[in-house]
Design a protein around this ligand. Structure first.
Ligand SMILES: Cc1ncc(COP(=O)(O)O)c(C=O)c1O
Length: 385
């Protein structure tokens, strides 16, 4: 067995099940409130899934918007042929304003310096540029208080080609707890701010507050746009979110789409008492067959999983032994006697009847599924299957 030819000279690759990505969008769309559309968040290389593969699958599944963090990511999507609604949610430095206009993106705004630059670039191109103002409701990240938002709205109105289309905010802890009182308060503030803006003549026609968790749990937050990230990739935002959904009687069939594969580079039999890897952190208690895998923390296989994680070989779990190195790691295949060099190894995903979820790996790594998949090196090939 070998890796697919598309993996080229790489020693690991990610297989992306595009049907599952499209399926997740159609499942999320079914739960949408009337009038709401779904934006698939494809920032950070589509949460590690490979943006060029993911965006097409999402559009096929019915996503009518894509969200990214940066203009750099927006440029990649436009270069790859995406012509639809595109929202840059992260910072756009004033120096990049011309590109924002030429790429025809929605821009998240919260600062006069941005408005000056965007207004000037839109004027120069004689092209309208649509803006979404970020409102502060409790995350203390980007965002404006209502006084600052009103000021900025008045300021934007001075620029003939700038269109204040919408408002946005972001939940701080909706996925962290089953107690949603803080999130409710954020929603209340968001609605109140929108009412005040409307009363002052700035009626936002594109309001967006919902992320994945709110997308599933609270249709009354959907407004005009749900910005769904993690659920598009078939993963739950958290255990708490899953529990909350079950308590609300929501049956949401999300399908993970990513399988990360490598192969066995070498197998050696070592005597009892052998110390494995840097720092000599694992000592064999009996004669052991140790397989060396050509994947390490440089590839995104988190070093925190040293001596904790398992991989799948011939449909069985093999434990990681010793510290994960920069480009290699070692696993114990003593109990998989037929394992041999060249065998397929699944680091994340399914093999036979066994599976290793991103949530399971994240627990071993002391992190969350979001970080686990986004940290898989961008240069590792993503292959659509
Ligand atoms: C502003 C913003 N909106 C939406 C999302 C999507 O969140 P989730 O993946 O939980 O759906 C993110 C993710 O980080 C975000 O930063």
């Amino acid at each position: 067995m070998t890796l697919p030819v598309e993996a080229g000279l790489h020693r690991s690759c990610c297989l992306i099940d595009t049907a599952s990505l499209s399926h997740n969008i159609s499942v999320l769309k079914k739960g949408l409130a009337p009038g709401a559309e779904i934006a698939a968040v494809v920032k950070s290389n589509a949460y590690g899934h490979g943006v060029r593969i993911a965006w097409r699958a999402f559009v096929e599944g019915g996503a009518t918007w894509l969200c990214v963090d940066s203009l750099h990511e927006a440029q990649e999507l436009r270069d790859d042929g995406y012509t639809g609604n595109l929202f840059v949610m992260g910072h756009i430095p004033p120096a990049h304003a011309k590109t924002a206009v030429s790429l025809d993106v929605r821009c998240m705004v919260y600062d006069r310096r941005q408005i000056d630059a965007l207004g000037e670039a839109a004027n120069a191109a004689s092209r309208p540029l649509r803006l979404v103002m970020k409102l502060e409701t409790g995350t203390q990240r980007q965002g404006l208080t209502i006084e600052a938002a009103l000021n900025l709205a008045h300021y934007i109105a001075r620029f003939p080609y700038l269109v204040l289309e919408g408002t946005a905010t972001h939940f701080a802890n909706i996925e962290d707890t089953t107690d949603h009182s803080f999130a409710y308060e954020q929603l209340r503030i968001f609605n109140e701010y929108n009412d005040i803006l409307t009363a002052n003549g700035f009626r936002p026609t594109l309001r967006t507050i919902a992320n994945s968790a709110a997308g599933i749990l609270w249709p009354h937050t959907h407004c005009e746009l749900v910005r769904a990230g993690i659920t598009c990739y078939g993963m739950w935002p958290s255990t708490e979110c899953y529990v909350s959904a079950r308590l609300l009687g929501k049956d949401v069939d999300l399908r993970p789409a990513l399988t990360w594969k490598t192969l066995i580079a070498q197998i050696k039999t070592v005597p009892a008492g052998s110390l494995i890897g840097y720092g000599c952190t694992y000592e064999t208690t009996h004669e052991s067959r140790i397989a060396v895998l050509p994947v390490g923390y440089y590839d995104g296989y988190d070093r925190a999983m040293s001596n904790l994680a398992y991989v799948l070989i011939r449909g069985k779990r093999a434990p990681v032994r010793g510290r994960i190195c920069m480009n290699m790691c070692m696993v114990d295949v003593t109990d998989i006697p037929d394992a041999e060099p060249g065998d397929d190894v699944v680091l994340l995903g399914r093999q036979g009847g066994e599976s290793l979820s991103a949530e399971q790996l994240a627990t071993w790594a002391g992190t969350i599924n979001y970080e686990l998949t986004t940290q898989i090196q961008t240069n590792i090939p993503r292959i659509a299957v």
